[in-house]
Write a protein that binds this ligand. Structure first.
Ligand code: NAD
Length: 323
């Protein structure tokens, strides 16, 4: 079986390549960059820009039975919710998805996975941190809180229209805050779990770390291995989606920071400061994913974030030693 992973240099794509190789696939990957922290397990890693249609025509060929489309211009709250990157986020990701769907239809690719996001859900259902509503059928009337969410919603519709009109077998997942080792933690595109682990790992006992917003905003976080299980189960199923792939274990950002501080064994305090935060509350709602593909996350947040903190802490220790 031959698979093509788009965004293979990114956090989830890199983990997915490793999984597909362990399952016996021949895997090609495309990305602007190689993975940041390890050598990719790809048989064939192609560096290039998926916004370029000619490049896509050359490399997205009918050799592949499966395509996994994870390439996107994305980052954490500091990147997506500040407003500074809105045009790039919309234009770059839409251009990639327009090229990929067009060529996948033309070349009759048998199956394609598309990674959407919890950021498509409307703001008005996520005002109360204790009762966010993120079940799949609550996406409309649409009102995502970021241009990133609007692009994901547009692209979901693009893939679904290719399915309806050309029978392109698409599988669409809405990921909710995926985290784990080998993810960016210090380049401005890191997301909350990695940013919090870095802040705690860098601080000495007795110091204070800053958390954006009131810290009362809630989220749920999914360990990357569970995410990859979900992708593979969805791809092996007959269910088109969109379907949530996330955790239902909701936690406030301040409580999450306190959990990481406890793991570190240090005595660190928290100061809430102004910063981009996104919606007040968001968590996955897993009834549909459980009914359709019988998937649920296996790791608790404590188990997953302990592995992640230990990995980030190790990177920071090595950085300090090499200074
Ligand atoms: P990531 O930023 O680590 O990976 C995306 C990869 O796409 C990067 O390596 C980037 O270089 C590549 N890319 C961007 N533009 C490209 C281009 N023009 N040509 C070729 N490659 C390009 O992100 P991730 O966390 O691995 O996320 C993977 C997918 O899942 C993305 O589509 C993202 O929107 C979606 N998603 C992720 C999360 C999460 O919490 N990580 C949540 C919801 C949705």
């Amino acid at each position: 079986m031959k698979a093509l992973v788009l965004g293979a240099g990114g956090f989830i794509g890199n983990h997915l390549v490793t999984r597909l190789k362990s399952e016996g696939y021949y895997v090609s990957g495309i990305d602007l960059n190689y993975p940041e922290f390890n050598k990719s397990a790809c048989d064939n890693f192609i560096i290039g820009d998926l916004r370029n249609e000619l490049f896509c025509r050359e490399h997205i060929t009918s050799d592949y039975q499966e395509i996994y489309q994870l390439a996107a211009d994305m980052g954490g709250a500091g990147y997506l919710f500040s407003g500074d990157n809105d045009f790039n986020v919309m234009h770059n990701s839409a251009a990639i998805n327009l090229n990929v769907t067009n060529i996948a239809v033309e070349r009759k690719i048998p199956k394609i996975f598309y990674s959407s996001s919890a950021c498509i859900y409307p703001k008005y259902n996520q005002l109360d941190p204790d009762n966010p509503r993120c079940n799949e059928d609550s996406a409309y009337p649409a009102d995502p809180d970021s241009e990133y969410g609007w692009e994901k919603l547009f692209s979901e519709r693009l893939y679904l229209s290719a399915y309806r009109n050309y029978n392109l077998q698409v599988r669409i997942a809405r990921f909710h805050n995926v985290y784990g080792p080998f993810g960016t933690y210090n380049n401005g595109k890191e997301k909350a779990p990695a940013a919090l682990c870095r802040k705690v790992a860098e601080a000495n006992s007795g110091k204070t770390i800053e958390i954006w917003g009131t810290g009362k905003q809630t989220r749920s976080f999914l360990y990357v291995d569970d995410c990859i299980d979900g992708i593979r189960k969805l791809m092996n199923s007959d269910f088109t989606g969109p379907v949530n792939i996330g955790s239902e274990e909701k936690i406030s950002l301040n409580e999450f920071a306190e959990m990481i501080i406890r793991i570190s064994g240090k005595s660190i305090s928290i100061k809430n400061v102004e910063g981009p935060v996104g919606v007040n509350g968001r968590t996955s709602h897993n009834d549909l994913v459980q009914q359709t593909i019988n998937w649920q996350p296996k790791l608790s947040l404590l188990q997953g974030i302990t592995k992640t903190y230990n990995w980030i802490n190790e990177q920071i220790v090595v950085e300090k030693l090499s200074l």
